[in-house]
Ligand binder design. Sequence first.
Ligand SMILES: Cc1cc2nc3c(=O)[nH]c(=O)nc-3n(C[C@H](O)[C@H](O)[C@H](O)COP(=O)(O)OP(=O)(O)OC[C@H]3O[C@@H](n4cnc5c(N)ncnc54)[C@H](O)[C@@H]3O)c2cc1C
Ligand code: SF4
Ligand code: SF4
Ligand code: SF4
Length: 397
Amino acid sequence: MIKIEDLFKNKDECCGCELCANVCPKNVIVMHDDEEGFFYPHIVDQDKCIDCGLCLNLCPIKSIDKTQSQFLEFYAGSLVDKKELASCASGGLATAISKAIIKDGGIVYGVSYSDNWQGVQYERIISNVSINQLKTSKYVQARKNDIYQQIADDLRLGKTVLFIGLPCDVAAVNRKFVNAASHLFTIELICHGPTSCKVQKQYCEKLEKKYGSKLEFFSMRYKKNGKWLPFYIYATFKNGAKHVELFHSSIYGASFRYLKRPSCYTCKIKGSKLTGDLMIGDYHYVEKGMPGYDPGGVSVALVHTDKGKKLLALCQEAFSIIRIDPQGGLANGAIHRAFQVPERRNEFEIAFVRHGIVKAGKLPFVILSTLKRNLKYFIMKMGVKVKRIIIPSSGLK
Ligand SMILES: Cc1cc2nc3c(=O)[nH]c(=O)nc-3n(C[C@H](O)[C@H](O)[C@H](O)COP(=O)(O)OP(=O)(O)OC[C@H]3O[C@@H](n4cnc5c(N)ncnc54)[C@H](O)[C@@H]3O)c2cc1C
Ligand code: SF4
Ligand code: SF4
Ligand code: SF4
């Protein structure tokens, strides 16, 4: 009979993909959140376990292939439609590919906010209008609900399915649907790790209290005046109020830095064989004047498979793309390295659990780290400006 230690002994051994709970034929496993707000499997009815082994065999963390991923090609680019680009996280590649899949009659799985903005979950999307709810990054671990079952149903009906998610969620999907290779496409986001749903909930509650009204819209990666960086939290309320603040200066940004899922600090997926067809993320290595630069945001695409190439070919008209060298394509540290446990995470966690996000965000060392971060960003920006004045052609390749 299954024991919880069979699934994971330490919290960092479970990435929260929820696959074990979804595949158990006897509903022995359910997901519950811990005090930080991250979800873990729990054994609720051990006697019902029939020892079928499905939960253990499919767990993506237990079946990691330690061979390094090989990438075939590297690209960077942005959406041609600049209005649409402004509503996406980076260059809008996820949106461009999703729309192309829908146009061809396929189904897209991605992540949206819940109706009250306090939750984040994977959704099945069948129309271009609904793609809007997937747009832009939610730096929160998304609940899976019944997506594994929905994907199974779509694949059985012969539908083309595109799943876009964090690399460990993609690993879970590919583990479960290993035989569906031809009409299942998967895209991994480059990932430093999410914070918890509890952070999202408490931050939204704080805003609603401050403005005395319910949220009407919320984005944590808003492009002010269409400019990609730095990004802002942007919220509007039913009473007409509006809230705008720099993400990294906010208590939300602090929680994102200090309170990632424990598995992200020892991410088993990084440095192993990635299972997606394509990996996408932010491309920060182009400056004004260089080919591929767009102040509205630039995506990077790392192609793993021929199916990944097909995905890029699908959105050729909507997405302007250039080929880049492997050095540029692999420059983003989040592709290979796990995020280091921040010094004093423990203290942040204790304050968050006992007193909530507001008190945790006001800890002196948190305020200091935010100031340091802002200063570093300012110096970097000034450095680029000075470089351009001294060597006007320095931005050109
Ligand atoms: C938690 C997290 C950490 C990230 N860390 C990095 C990083 O360190 N470096 C980097 O280069 N890029 C990182 N990214 C990816 C980056 O923020 C963009 O999401 C990515 O570049 C796609 O941009 P886009 O313009 O193509 O997306 P859009 O066209 O705006 O579409 C957004 C896509 O992201 C998906 N998505 C949004 N939130 C989530 C979520 N919580 N879980 C799973 N999927 C989600 C949506 O379903 C949609 O497909 C991270 C993303 C997340 C969610
Ligand atoms: S071994 Fe089978 S029945 Fe037992 S918990 Fe795992 S999936 Fe459920
Ligand atoms: S990683 Fe996924 S399958 Fe493995 S124990 Fe955690 S939730 Fe279950
Ligand atoms: S850092 Fe690793 S474990 Fe954490 S969400 Fe990303 S892929 Fe999953």
